[in-house]
Design a protein around this ligand. Structure first.
Ligand SMILES: Cc1ncc(COP(=O)(O)O)c(C=O)c1O
Length: 304
């Protein structure tokens, strides 16, 4: 493969003049574009190509397109890059983590970095009683784990989630997602999918949804069978919907009454983007489980 060392002399967002080499940028040996090469070798299984861009790098708040054009990045890579790309503090922290204990398995041994991060997370996350942190690989993994944990803890096997919700792409989290892009897979048996009330397109009001939930509880979905409800306190991929005031409190009241665990999925809403560190704090919630993922890629590392 041809190696193209492009010195763009980018003036980075952090006041540092970056000169970097981009390996394999642009066309491959065949003269094909990156998009053509991608089409030839990357599986179709998980493609959501929203735009015609093909990218060869990122620096600060800019993405670098094939051909070298810089674009202001408003996507933050859908969460993981909320602090931009290649911030020196993040690069330093990642380098340090690689240089020290990167291979130590938390499964087999206590690991200083992991334990310190868990302590910090518990300090920053409101809640009472005995609390623990579980580290997985992704948001999907966090939600799969949540399903296993609450099933084992409650002895119940049914779940409730919302139409439009995306909880992940592993077999568990996918089976309780209600996103329209996932209708190619069947939902988990016994899943109750409710509409998420949208104040701007009010097909179902909050009281419609609550009435439907109560009706389900009274008929085909006895609450004693329900282990947990999965909810995004701000629905992300289903349309960036802030639920009507009082809706989440009403859901929480029902969950408390029936011993149903609350799993808040804040994987996409991310840390502090709602105005509070955790979005559920906006609503005065106290969930059983808080799933978070993407932005930790940036935030955790930059703190250390
Ligand atoms: C709300 C929500 N939950 C879970 C996930 C899955 O996270 P991951 O892609 O890290 O597996 C996503 C991903 O976009 C998400 O938006």
């Amino acid at each position: 493969m041809r190696s193209c060392h492009g010195e763009t002399g980018l003036q980075g967002t952090f006041g540092v003049k970056h000169e970097f080499a981009i390996e394999h940028a642009g066309q491959g040996m065949s003269g094909e574009s990156l998009r053509e090469r991608d089409a030839r070798v990357i599986a179709n299984i998980a493609r959501l190509r929203f735009s015609p861009l093909s990218l060869i790098g990122g620096r600060g708040n800019r993405l670098i397109e094939e051909g070298g054009r810089e674009l202001l990045d408003l996507s933050a890579s859908f969460g993981p890059a909320i602090l931009g790309y290649s911030h020196p503090a993040i690069m330093h922290a990642v380098t340090q983590a690689c240089a020290n204990m990167a291979g130590a398995s938390l499964l087999a041994y206590p690991n200083e970095n992991a334990v310190a991060l868990a302590e910090e997370l518990l300090r920053l996350t409101p809640g009472s009683g005995e609390r623990r942190v579980w580290f997985g690989h992704s948001g999907s993994d966090a939600n799969d784990c949540a399903m296993r944990v609450v099933e084992a803890a409650t002895g119940r096997s049914r779940f409730i989630s919302f139409i439009g919700s995306y909880h992940g792409n592993l077999s568990g989290s996918m089976s309780i997602s209600g996103h329209t892009a996932m209708t190619h897979t069947l939902p988990r048996a016994g899943l109750l999918l409710l509409p998420y009330p949208n104040p701007y397109r009010p097909t179902f009001s909050a009281s419609n949804v609550l009435a439907l939930l109560d009706y389900q509880f009274a008929t085909t979905c006895p609450p004693t069978q329900v282990a947990a409800i999965f909810i995004e306190p701000l629905m992300a991929d289903g349309g960036l919907i802030v639920p009507p005031p009082g809706f989440l409190a009403a859901i929480q009241a029902r969950c408390r009454r029936h011993g149903i665990q609350i799993i808040v999925d804040e994987v996409k809403v991310g840390l502090a983007r709602s105005g509070k560190l955790h979005c559920f704090q906006q609503k005065g919630w106290s969930p059983t489980w808080w799933s978070s993922a993407r932005d930790w890629a940036a935030v955790c590392r930059s703190r250390r």
